[in-house]
Design a protein around this ligand. Structure first.
Ligand code: BDP
Length: 672
């Protein structure tokens, strides 16, 4: 198996009669087709899909019963069908009942460029754009887009942003909009809406205007015209995603205007068509003392100034998709503005398509973090899905890991992250463990494994150990790369893979270099964000702010995020900080070796192709984990001047060799 079928591998189906509502639509046809080709229930059953208004059904939710699926939207019917089939497939009783999505909009963000490259993509080129004959739509394109849309629909994803947040203005040119229409036409039968990222200066770069000032009438008119043109091509177009006044991207601040001025101008342009604007809060400037504080500082004063079809899109952590960050304090700060979480499915900082990292535990950790915004229980999930404050719209976005690779995501296990993102956006209280098991069954279990005796063996020898591997995988990466709250110490040369705590070429902006974040010195390590430091802790509500502010109560996971502490600081375990750090690095390495053994033992239960692919990747990861451990311990040891504890495997590399290994010329024009 080459992984192309994802978690939707075909099985022999059983005949079923499908009764549809009395209207025809592409989406209903899809629902029927899925039922007919995937039905594993009683032979000859009749399944009725019915559209009814029902107050208990929210958005695209559905009700399952023995008779079929009931929903108030066609999408809801399709999602109900996929749920029914999933349950049959994994041998779960077809539980009757209601299922509502936590978020109204569940979106993938593709960082795909019009030339076919993918920013932070590790699974080949773009499935949407191509350098040569970019605008010719082939049969192959259409098939691929349909398969992609189907995979999304099967986990409830209902929107795709087709291009990079570092947006090229050409995406809005007539030629490209023609291709956008073709993509939208392929995604629509699966209920996936199309969105675009836009460059704020498009009126200048594409429209030839002298300014992109959001308050300039000519600019307003240009956007209105462009929006009209888009909706002529794509009548159900979803709206815009905007990265503005961020990392060198143009924005309203270039004209002395605020983020609200910029977002509202675009929101007014799409409002007549029901469109949305997702405005990113990923902003920071080099002059500030603490990058982690900036998004909050910029957006909190604007609370209440945004139109209700604007959603502020906030990365899960305050810095940048690191292996572990505390949640962004913005989730608990805005009361009158809709806020949505943005997660990174593509593994920019978690090992690309080399390392095995199941990311659901990281997202669950964020979603379940308590902001205390309206007292205890104000989790990030509840602050963003409209439970704490009513917001006109709710959404969750994931930066996609999909590319042209045959298995879509480069690493076979990275498919689980696409799957898990959809499942968590549907149900923000879903459990990572359950999602992992579902995914493993759908992705690896064969009909032959499903007889009672074979299934017991399959569960014991494959499902349980491999699910455990998945659940431990993200923590292992944290351990061998950035334990105890360390962050942004990866190789900061362009690729962001591997260690680089030393990286700080002269002239480079400090907030793009690891030493800015780890602050290692003879007197200790870590970024002081306490009340006597940068005071980032005060962006959190009590009692969390005080808990984080005190090293005695700050959870170990976030210790060096919030504190600069002596190497000999006494940890909760009784060990010194230095020893604890070394043990974490070592544990990460040991974990990956354990993963290798687990996977080797799983061989009898996996097809040869996927077995070998994953085995090879684990081998590479294992070697790279040792590099992380050696690099960081040897680098930090220059400051701590303490011995590496005896329980830790001695370094096998020298620091000099590791630094040399990672010194290509920096690319100063881009974010490293
Ligand atoms: C950073 C990535 C960069 C993205 C940026 C963003 O390195 O490629 O453009 O995030 O989210 O993590 O805008």
């Amino acid at each position: 198996e080459d992984g192309h079928q994802l978690w939707l591998r075909p099985h022999v189906s059983v005949p079923v009669t499908v009764v549809l509502p009395a209207r025809t639509s592409a989406l209903l046809a899809t629902a029927r087709q899925e039922l007919q080709q995937g039905w594993q229930g009683p032979a000859g059953a009749t399944i009725t899909l019915s559209l009814k208004k029902d107050k208990a059904i929210k958005y695209d939710g559905f009700r399952l019963s023995a008779q079929g699926v009931q929903a108030s939207t066609e999408r809801g019917l399709l999602y109900g069908v996929f749920e029914l089939l999933r349950r049959q497939q994994i041998g779960q009783a077809p539980e009757a009942g209601l299922s509502n999505p936590s978020y109204e909009h569940r979106l993938l963000n593709h960082w795909d460029n019009p030339d076919g490259s993918v920013e932070r993509g590790y699974a080949g080129k773009s499935i949407f754009w191509r350098k040569d004959s970019a605008l010719v739509v082939t049969r192959r394109d259409q098939t691929l887009w349909q398969q992609y849309a189907r995979a999304n629909a099967s986990v409830g994803i209902n929107g795709s942003v087709l291009n990079n947040v570092n947006a090229s203005p050409v995406i809005l040119s007539a030629g490209y909009l023609g291709r956008v229409k073709a993509i939208a036409d392929a995604l629509r039968p699966y209920g996936v809406k199309t969105y675009l990222s836009v460059k704020f200066s498009s009126p200048v770069l594409l429209g030839g205007l002298k300014t992109a000032d959001p308050l300039d009438p000519a600019v307003v008119k240009w956007w209105q015209g462009k929006v009209k043109e888009i909706y002529q091509q794509v009548p159900d177009f979803g709206g815009f995603l905007v990265k503005a006044s961020s990392e060198g991207q143009p924005g309203p601040q270039d004209y002395g205007r605020t983020h609200a001025d910029g977002a509202n101008m675009l929101a007014d342009a799409v409002r007549p068509y029901g469109g949305l604007v997702m405005w990113r809060a990923f902003v920071y400037s080099p002059s500030d003392k603490d990058r982690a504080k900036q998004a909050y500082n910029e957006f909190v004063p604007l609370d209440g100034k945004f139109r209700d079809n604007v959603i502020i899109q906030v990365k899960n952590g305050p810095v940048d998709f690191q292996p572990r960050e505390p949640f962004s304090p913005l989730f608990g700060a805005l009361k009158k503005t809709a806020v949505m979480p943005e997660f990174q499915i593509t593994q920019e900082y978690l090992g690309h398509a080399i390392d095995l990292a199941y990311l659901a535990p990281m997202w669950e950790e964020c979603l379940q973090s308590d902001t205390y915004q309206a007292g205890p229980g104000s989790t990030v999930a509840r602050c963003t899905n409209g439970s704490v404050y009513r917001q006109a719209h709710s959404a969750m976005a994931g930066v996609s890991n999909v590319g042209l690779d045959r298995n879509w995501t480069g690493h076979d296990f990275a498919q689980a992250n696409w799957y898990a993102f959809g499942r968590l956006a549907w149900n923000s209280s879903a459990k990572s463990a359950q999602i992992a098991e579902e995914w493993l069954k759908l992705t690896f279990q064969n009909a032959a494994d499903a007889t009672p005796a074979a299934e017991a063996e399959w569960n014991a020898k494959f499902l349980t150990p491999v699910a455990q591997l998945m659940l431990a995988s993200r923590e292992a990466i944290v351990d061998y790369s950035m334990p105890l709250g360390l962050h942004h110490i990866m190789s900061a040369t362009y690729h962001h893979y591997g260690p680089g705590p030393w990286w700080a070429p002269s002239g480079m902006r400090a907030d793009w270099t690891p030493p800015y974040y780890h602050q290692a010195a003879a007197n200790g390590v870590g970024f002081d964000r306490t009340r006597t430091g940068s005071d980032a802790v005060s962006q959190y509500h009590e009692p969390l702010a005080s808990q984080l502010n005190d090293p005695a109560t700050c959870p170990d996971e976030y210790l060096l995020w919030f504190h600069h502490l002596p190497w000999t600081f006494r940890m909760k375990s009784g060990r010194t900080l230095w020893d604890e750090l070394a043990l974490h690095y070592d544990h990460g390495v040991q974990q990956v070796r354990q993963f290798q053994r687990t996977w080797d033992r799983a061989q009898p239960y996996v097809d040869a192709e996927r077995f070998a692919a994953v085995q090879n990747k684990l081998r590479t990861q294992s070697g790279n984990a040792v590099m992380w451990k050696d690099a960081c311990l040897l680098y930090f040891q220059q400051f701590s001047r303490l011995p590496i504890p005896a329980a830790v495997e001695p370094p096998m590399h020298t620091l000099e060799a590791l630094i040399k290994y990672d010194t290509p010329a920096p690319r100063p024009a881009r974010q490293p």
